[in-house]
Design a protein around this ligand. Sequence first.
Ligand code: DAK
Length: 274
Amino acid sequence: MKENSTFSTLKTEDHMPGVRVITISRPQALNALNTTVLSELNHALRSAAEDSGVRVVVLTGEGPKSFIAGADILEMKDKSPQEAMRFAQLGHDVGKLLELMPKPTIAAVNGFALGGGCEMAMACDFIVAAENAVFAQPEVGLGIIPGFGGTLRLARLVGIARAKELIFSGRRIQAGEAREIGLVARVLPQEGFLAQALEIATLISKNSAPAVAKCKQLMNEFSESVGLNGKLDAEVHAFGRLFGSQDQREGMGAFAEKRKPSFWGIAPNSASAG
Ligand code: DAK
């Protein structure tokens, strides 16, 4: 195992043969995604994509409690619509790298995968989850929408009715339910979780890299992930527009003040309301 990290919020390690593990390491904030984490992820993923020694990428979070507890609410809460859109774009760039790089990407989800955390996991080729994994898209409880591709990718994975139920309610689901609905490929025991996830990565890394890359490209095309770009832009704009609204300030302010939010935003009353 070779450690080669030069990042402040990530650790990267190479496991033979050709498995790169990228670990988000902000355990004090349950590995929430702030601008620094997203910028560093962008660099780390580009470097893995360009390194011919890397055949499989595994993304995980530091500690047993959390994969990623979402985008960093404390950093986001005072953003203007323009700043929110830039932040969303940064998240989308990372998601596109995970989804489209010609190497398999595996999300090894330990603990919470909430909001932007669930979205990053879904941008990977597949998710393996520890028994203690918990998934949710809780954004509407903060006065915003999933902004890193969740409205599209969750529906693609679990079907539109299930995705609507999860996104409208913000309900949390455990690893078992996530596997039942097709969000998670495999659930593994919590004890020795990463080692087991690495066994799956190692199995893949021993296969023909060009053949695996071609499978990824074709399967993405068949599932239309390569056509997502325009739709993701619509999500970025919708996300940005909600910043500065009374409900966004209330939802994120309530999280910062550790209290329940009280929403007053008016429900749109026509089918074309946007
Ligand atoms: N952001 C910032 N800090 C967070 C955080 C987050 N998402 N989640 C947890 N933390 C911090 C807490 O503030 C706390 O810090 P201290 O108070 O100790 O300084 C520390 O982590 C430990 O958290 P708790 O004390 O709350 O721990 P608990 O075990 O009691 O609860 C929890 C764990 C994960 C259930 C709870 O922390 C929680 O509900 N966290 C928020 C989860 C959440 O709502 N996540 C979704 C965030 S919104 C977009 C891009 C992205 C997104 C949308 C659009 N575009 C670019 C368009 C995504 C949005 C989101 O992800």
